[in-house]
Design a protein. Structure first.
Lengths: 308, 308
């Protein structure tokens, strides 16, 4: 089974409005409510691909109850740890006229020391039986900045391949604990390394401790620095749509390939095709399975000179 | 007891952000969650003034459960009728830099015919024992546009004085059923009568069937066309702050004066002082009791020539 960790889960609300005007009053014409947080998005995609998937992290309060009720309707197994504080909401306000999105993210509940301890116990138990683990998203208030580094070490001790997808200081600390895989986007990479040059920054990130760095170049695909070499994977055509969740789908593709023992080019193809099929989907954060099957054989893989 | 009706209750969320930028991502720095909808706001103010207060209307789903839990912590008695659909949320995004508010209102659940029938039974039972009733706010989807007219007639049949505070077609229909009191603001009055002249529009609204029309002139106070004459009530100084809920506090002041048998000038003073004390309160929608006591004797009352 594949384990995904979402420490700062969320009830994701999408509000459609005719046009967002600051300081005006708006009638919301459509409300979509779904379980969110990067790790839960990754888990949903993995389950849709047919992988046995378990989600852990935190949930609490009335919003946490709603999230767990919604998660129960998916094939993802719920191993979330209860918090006294209420799970946060995020609100994506979609401008119907332009398709542009304005995002409002609640900070999340403060996690207590006892709750963190309870989580570590659950996490350690779940590692026994996991073929891979993904640590995804921001840290809620109350959790120490080295939390991901701690979880990376627990996974390594248990011999479970570990992917880290976060940003800022938690990424900086986490990468030093030597995860198998990190998947930064251009901004996260620049923040980590100080460089906006993708190739240089990807190498530099790998030098900080990750066995493999897969950098997301947005619509231009992925750049992967692996122990077996350097690859660039590009979607067949520029896809237009909603990029929400595209990065999470890429993480799911990488994990799916990893647990299937696929070679790197295949893993990257899955990640790029899933990511593009998510952008193309009419529902934000979901992927279009038909588009995925069509895109998969059309992803361009190019091995680059690794001496760069 | 005073009965307030909120057919479209809401969980009101206030999000503080450093500055709202369309199409950007925002970290919400403060989240406030409270039971909302105009009738519930009126009920809270009435209870704070020491009146025995009962709230009815609809609530349902996880958001409805949260709303009822929060209502249970106030002295207001909960007589809400359960709906299968979930109670809506409203989100007020407050720009910390300017204090400006951007409002996002979910439409609310569709109320079924059976739920509307259950509500009417509950409403009729509650009228027995009510000294006044307030019908407040928008109609949720599924409820016919003449619903307030129907409730006004039920209240009149029961001999309970009825105040109507709504807008658009529900106000137009409701006013024709001859409520004791309507409290439109300038926009609602203009929509109803086609006139932006407060005096003319207030008279015109009264001609449509309301026994008394109290028009809100925002920071300039109230204009009241009553069977005993025409009054203008003005706060002592221009008050600065958040006007959220000021109109609901004015409704509470009018009802409070009505059930106490106070003469019209006293009722209007209460309404203006409560409204100003709500604008002055640091918490949106709450009133500052000290400011209320200070403002009450300082409201200016002026009887106008009723031949206008």
């Amino acid at each position: 089974m594949i384990l995904t960790v979402t420490l700062n889960t969320a009830v994701d609300l999408t509000y459609r409005v005719p046009a967002l005007t600051p300081h005006a009053s708006h009638r919301v014409t459509q409300v979509i409510e779904r379980p969110g947080g990067k790790g839960l998005n990754v888990a949903r995609v993995l389950a849709a691909l047919g992988h046995e998937t378990v989600a852990t992290g935190f949930a609490g309060g009335a919003t946490g109850a709603v999230l767990r009720e919604q998660l129960a309707t998916t094939p993802v197994r719920d191993e979330l740890v209860e918090t006294a504080g209420a799970t946060r909401r995020t609100v994506a306000v979609v401008d119907a006229a332009t398709g542009d999105t304005t995002q409002l993210n609640e900070p999340g509940p403060t996690v207590t020391a006892a709750e963190w301890t309870a989580f570590r116990v659950r996490f350690t138990a779940l590692l026994d039986g996991a073929t891979a683990v993904a640590l995804c998203g921001s840290l809620p208030p109350g959790i120490h900045v080295g939390a991901y580094a701690e979880l990376v070490r627990l996974a390594r001790t248990a011999g479970v391949p570990v992917l880290l997808d976060t940003s800022g200081e938690p990424l900086r600390r986490g990468i030093a604990a030597r995860p198998d895989l990190v998947k930064p986007n251009a901004d996260e990479l620049a923040q980590l390394t100080g460089s906006r040059d993708p190739l240089r920054a990807t190498h530099e990130a790998r030098g900080r401790g990750a066995r493999t760095v897969v950098s997301s170049l947005g619509p231009d695909g992925l750049l992967a620095a692996t122990p077996e070499g350097l690859w660039r994977a590009t979607p067949p055509t520029a896809v237009k749509g909603n990029p929400t969740g595209a990065g999470d789908s890429a993480v799911a593709g990488l994990l799916s390939g990893l647990v299937d023992g696929a070679p790197w080019p295949d893993r990257l193809s899955r990640a790029v095709a899933l990511s593009a099929a998510t952008v193309l989907s009419p529902v934000a954060g979901e992927f279009d399975p038909t588009a995925y099957e069509e895109l998969l054989p059309k992803v361009t893989l190019k091995q680059l000179d690794d001496s760069a």
